[in-house]
Design a protein around this ligand. Sequence first.
Ligand code: HEC
Length: 114
Amino acid sequence: MKPNYMLLALVVLLLALQTGCGAARKNEPISGPLKIESEEASVGERLYMWHCNQCHPGGEAGLAPALNDKPAPGFAIQFQVRHGIGAMPRISDDQVSGGELDAIVSYLVVLRNR
Ligand code: HEC
């Protein structure tokens, strides 16, 4: 079978983008309450709590790596969710629709920019 170089390149790019630096610990006692100003991000927060928080608690590391310390662009986050690279299960659009995933991404952007 011919290896899929496009997919491989995308995975390498994704991993490179996600290996940003910054403090993973950004929760309330350290940085104060989170201010969510957009409607989309607050919808995203609720969806995140339902679909992602059990493994990425509050955007910080838990069972899974922290998400609030990486400058990964939205498409890279969406790619990770749809393909479930590594130990993360893939989440299909029956579980989380495209619009819902956009909302989750805008919540994650608020989280990491706090
Ligand atoms: C069942 C647990 C689980 C759930 C639920 C889950 N993840 Fe993950 N996620 C993981 C694990 C484990 C990894 C690390 C994968 C690896 O590199 O092996 C990961 C990695 C990631 C990464 C890449 C981070 C990095 O540093 O490489 C992103 C982005 C991500 N998850 C986003 C999400 C989002 C958004 C949701 C909700 C829609 C979600 N995850 C739900 C377990 C989970």
